[in-house]
Write a protein that binds this ligand. Structure first.
Ligand SMILES: [Zn+2]
Ligand SMILES: [Zn+2]
Length: 139
């Protein structure tokens, strides 16, 4: 796949049968529509408001960030915010192909989600440490 931000080839990162496309340059990551759901399920996290359909129904985020094109179909993606205080800005394909997170946004999202969860579930800790490795916020 080609990164929608820097137009470089992405690499495939696999974890528990979930395949993500990750860009080594900008540290952005692409989730196919089903993959985000799978990931959240594997962490026993509530995926409410994180399903692509819900994101596409939410209002367009106000941002100066440039519109990006879906790496699958080439259509301009919608800017949407997940969560609050602060929300995580993502790009969502209007055709439902998936979601793009900029470098550091996945870590932000996980922090947001896991902040509400009781700590100590093994499967959750594993996924978080895996993602923490892969999706370190840029320094
Ligand atoms: Zn990139
Ligand atoms: Zn698309």
């Amino acid at each position: 796949m080609i990164c929608p931000v820097c137009k470089e080839d992405t690499i495939v990162v696999e974890y528990n049968n979930i395949e993500l496309d990750y860009c080594n340059d900008c540290r952005g990551v692409w989730f196919d529509s089903a993959e985000l759901e799978l990931l959240l399920q594997s962490m026993s996290l509530d995926s409410q408001n994180l399903l692509l359909g819900d994101i596409l129904k939410s209002s367009e985020a106000m941002t100066q960030e440039k519109k990006r094109k879906c790496p699958i179909c080439g259509q301009k993606m919608k800017k949407a915010t997940i969560g609050e205080h602060p929300g995580v800005l993502v790009d969502a394909c209007p055709q439902g192909h998936g979601l793009w997170f900029d470098g550091g946004e996945v870590a932000q999202l996980l922090k947001h989600l896991t902040g509400k969860q009781p700590a100590g579930q093994d499967s959750q800790q594993q996924v978080i440490s895996f993602l923490g490795e892969v999706f370190k916020a840029p320094e």
